[in-house]
Design a protein around this ligand. Structure first.
Ligand SMILES: [Zn+2]
Length: 112
C-alpha cells in the first residue's frame, strides 16, 4: 500500500507558474485559484475545456463555452520573478516568525 504523502501547498493565488507536464507543457500563466484539497490550481488562459451551456436568462444564446480546468500541482512549477525561471520552493522564517516561501536558487521571497 502506498502511503499518502501529505504535502504542503506551495502554489498560491497570483503566482506565475510554468506547466511541466500534460497538454499545456511549457506554457506559463497566472494562478487564479487554488484547490488545496485536490492539489489543483486554475491557471489563467490554460487548460481550457469546452462546456456546453444551456440558454439562460443571462445569456440568451447558450451553446459551447470554454473554461479553464484545474491542473494538478505536480504538473506546475512556480516561476521566480528574479530568476525568471521555474524554481523549487524553500521555506524560510522571518524575524517576526512569519513563514514565507523563498526561491531555492536565489533566495528571493515569493511571498510579499
Ligand atoms: Zn530566484
Amino acid at each position: 500500500m502506498k502511503t499518502q504523502q501529505l504535502h504542503k501547498c506551495n502554489v498560491k493565488k497570483n503566482d506565475q507558474v510554468l506547466v511541466i507536464a500534460g497538454k499545456e507543457l511549457g506554457k506559463k500563466g497566472k494562478v487564479l485559484k487554488v484547490f488545496p484539497k485536490s492539489n489543483r490550481v486554475i491557471v489563467e488562459g490554460l487548460n481550457f475545456i469546452k462546456k456546453s451551456q444551456r440558454p439562460s436568462q443571462r445569456s440568451q444564446k447558450g451553446g459551447i463555452i470554454e473554461k479553464e480546468a484545474p491542473i494538478h500541482l505536480s504538473n506546475v512549477m512556480v516561476i521566480c520573478a528574479r530568476c525568471n525561471a521555474p524554481t523549487r520552493i524553500g521555506r524560510s522564517e522571518l524575524q517576526d516568525g512569519k513563514r514565507v516561501r523563498v526561491c531555492k536558487k536565489c533566495g528571493e521571497l515569493l511571498d510579499k
